[in-house]
Ligand binder design. Sequence first.
Ligand SMILES: *Cc1c(COP(=O)(O)O)cnc(C)c1O
Length: 386
Amino acid sequence: MLNIPYGRQHISQDDVEAVVKTLQAAYLTQGPTVQAFEEAFAQYVDARYAVAVTNGTAALHLCALALGVEPGTKVITTPITFAASANCIRYCGGQVVFADVEPNTALLDIEKVRLLLESHPKGTFSGIIPVDFAGQAVDLASFRALADEYDLWIIEDACHAPGGYFTDGKGMKQRCGNGQFADAAIFSFHPVKHIACGEGGMITTNDREIYEKLLLLRTHGITKDPTQLQENHGGWYYEMQELGFNYRISDINCALGLSQMNRAHARLAKRQAIAKVYDQAFMDTPIRPLTQPLDGGHAYHLYVIQTQERKLLYDQLRAQGVYAQVHYIPVHLQPYYQRLGWRKGDLPVAEEYYEQCLSLPMYPELTLAEQLQVIELTKSSILCEH
Ligand SMILES: *Cc1c(COP(=O)(O)O)cnc(C)c1O
């Protein structure tokens, strides 16, 4: 039987040696490797500053805190994402307002966001969290223009899209997380994402003030920086100036992440090549991939198809050892958010998308032979039903 997951990490001998070297070095946590990883990652996504943290969820939480989310703050996000994109607002006591998605990309629909903003008094909402779902880069230039009209901040959840980009109106490639449009962007280094740390996360921003706030909040709100202290009792002295957290990532995790960065470009290209093979195979069939951008900026964390026969296809693939997955169950339908008042029917496009979506295997080490088997099984399963 086959054994093909929807995503999988890859650890090279170089990765192993990099981690072992860190184990034998002077620092296990918050040493030079954290900073080296931050610098390499900032360069990869074209951002000015990067702050590495324990995981993507912690990255979201710190961004929400740094942007001032507090009880009563209303923030707009998409239901087609991992729950953490919304939960970060709840951690700060804020209110999550879901807006519906576009049918062909399952990305947050800017027109639905605009309607929401227009139908409430100015000042009702504080921010927007768009998600580069599946690796498709959100058109953040358009979101920035809308956000500026209403004085909103933007956190880009770019967990699916390191290396992805959109092309702006001037024909410039704008990398996900480059900080040109969003106030901050976040990434995850969970093994199923593009770059693995074990557990890990990153925030990128071009805003110096947000950057400094994030550094403070990452480590209990404590500073020893003499220029920041209110008093100074001597060399031992530090001050806890904010209610921060311990969201520090270790040098061990960062050594793995940094080593993986060496293969990031090549592995992204491999994901894009795999997507091309799927695209070709499903042309002229009832199997509908999400709309593909023509500019090559899709980072393909996921390769999502839509089909009326989703449940059947999922079960039949699974019976053959192909572990496709559903991304995502709309977040507003989770029992926790239903307790906060969200109901089935509130976001019909997202709900219909959920009934039909399936993520097929997508990771750089997927061989062509394996992929052709997945395609064959998918086609025979769906086409037989028609
Ligand atoms: C994975 C993921 C997160 C959370 O990242 P963790 O590192 O698992 O905490 C947040 N948002 C999206 C869209 C994700 O895919």
